[in-house]
Design a protein around this ligand. Structure first.
Ligand SMILES: NC(=O)c1ccc[n+]([C@@H]2O[C@H](COP(=O)([O-])OP(=O)(O)OC[C@H]3O[C@@H](n4cnc5c(N)ncnc54)[C@H](O)[C@@H]3O)[C@@H](O)[C@H]2O)c1
Length: 413
């Protein structure tokens, strides 16, 4: 079997997890690995060697991996501020590139991604796994079949108690601590925005026009540090710049609004807080519920505004990719979405086709971070969101129809 030769940059927590999945794929060969830390580099090289019997090229300088004969793609689960450079160098070397999620450091970086992809012809895909979640994909399918009518408003969030990960950043060599100490905005918008952008046809007939962001005060991390590490710990009194809750409102070209929450410094259960409203119905993820307009009142003359369980809709509306995935046996982390997003990338590399999340999506989603920082720094002022398609958004070529497409697929399994 022809194997796709992949180079891999970043061997932290996520890097180890995704690597486990890639090593299970019979049509993938990991030819090179990189991490800045020698111990992590050695551990991931050994993991590849143990699983495949072949030692990959291993280097702390990822650029060495670009020279490996036959390498076709690079996947980078590295830190937020290293993704873009790895992708740029990968595309310039003629490789398909895939980046783990996270916001950009600047809008200029996003333009560089777009220009480099267009100049080299190499696709750049953000591995936004939430676009492949079972619930998100079922909703996408229901939207496509008209259940929600004309879409009006969407919400989502990254609402995850990360106080331990952030405040243990020095011990665990994790980049979040430095980011939270220096930046203020929605630092992690894509788990929520990615699926919403596909619902609303962003970059394909629609686009995001402007945003405003407001950040609350920042006291959650100080409280955690004080109560877990003691008053003497410098983090107890450090001025963390990122607000505990950052709310971003986006206006789209066709009038839809999007609200995003970044909420990772206070105690709370995990939620992506998805909500979608259209002329015919609403979906609220935290309730696992939907409600659809009823054409006629019930016997007592009232329309009963009662949530229905989304589970009751799976039999008819589950996305065909998920129907097949469940029949084959769900694999991989985060309920299976990690496997699907990696397969979507690998299949595109093999077929030499465009990726289902393309460079315009990647750039637009990543740009929300620096734009929200600008807006917060301007006291919540509206800031324009660039059109990374340069006018193509309303006259794009049709999307590639296919199993992993998030824009065009067969609605029936
Ligand atoms: N999609 C998901 O569900 C999900 C889950 C967790 C993390 N992530 C994403 O995965 C990425 C990594 O997260 P993590 O928690 O594993 O972080 P981490 O800090 O544990 O690991 C990142 C690794 O990248 C390495 N690195 C950074 N710059 C590098 C460079 N220039 N060359 C080689 N190696 C480099 C670091 O040395 C580090 O070991 C982030 O983008 C994060 O947002 C995604």
């Amino acid at each position: 079997m022809d194997k796709v030769k992949i180079a891999y940059v970043g061997a932290g927590g996520r890097g180890k997890g995704l690597m486990g999945l890639l090593l299970e794929m019979e049509d993938v060969e990991i030819v090179g690995v990189s991490d800045l830390y020698e111990d992590r580099l050695e551990a991931i090289a050994k993991k590849v060697e143990d699983a495949s019997g072949k030692r990959p090229v291993a280097s702390t300088d990822y650029r060495r991996l670009l020279e490996i004969p036959g390498v076709e793609a690079i996947i980078t689960p590295s830190s937020w501020t290293s993704h873009v450079q790895v992708c740029l160098d990968g595309m310039k070397a003629g490789l398909y590139v895939a980046t783990e999620v996270g916001g950009a450091a600047s809008v200029e970086q996003c333009w560089e991604l777009v220009r480099t992809s267009l100049a080299t012809g190499m696709p750049c895909m953000m591995l936004e796994n939430c676009c492949y979640g079972r619930e998100e994909m079922t909703i996408l399918n229901m939207i496509k079949q008209g259940l929600f009518g004309e879409l009006v408003h969407a919400e989502g969030g990254y609402r995850h108690d990360l106080r331990h990960e952030i405040c243990m950043g020095r011990e665990n060599r994790h980049y979040r601590l430095a980011n939270y100490s220096n930046r203020n905005g929605d630092l992690y918008p894509t788990h929520d925005l990615g699926p919403i952008a596909k619902y609303l046809g962003i970059n394909r007939g629609n686009r995001m026009l402007t945003l405003t962001s407001m950040a609350s005060k920042s006291v959650g991390l100080n409280y955690w540090a004080r109560t877990r590490k003691g008053e003497d710990c410098d983090l107890s009194s450090r001025v963390f710049t990122v607000g505990d809750v950052v709310v971003t409102n986006i206006k789209c070209a066709h009038g839809e609004t999007i609200t995003l929450f970044h909420d990772t410094s206070l105690p709370r259960p995990y939620s992506r807080a998805n909500l979608l409203q259209g002329t015919k119905g609403i979906w609220q993820e935290d309730k696992h519920g939907v409600f659809f307009d009823k054409p006629l009142p019930n016997e007592s003359g009232w329309i009963e505004h009662k949530w229905e369980n989304l589970d009751d809709y799976y039999e008819q509306y589950e996305h065909p990719l998920w129907v097949q995935f469940r029949m084959d046996g769900v694999k991989g982390g985060h309920g299976g979405m990690d496997w699907l997003v990696l397969r979507a990338f690998v299949e595109a590399v093999k077929a030499k086709t465009p990726t289902p999340i393309d460079v315009f999506d990647t750039a637009a989603w990543m740009a929300i971070t620096p734009l929200s920082e600008d807006s917060v720094n301007l006291g919540g002022a509206p800031v324009p969101i660039p059109d990374f398609t340069n006018g193509l958004w309303f006259q794009r070529e049709p999307p590639l129809r296919g199993k992993y497409s998030l824009d065009d697929w067969d609605v029936t399994p």
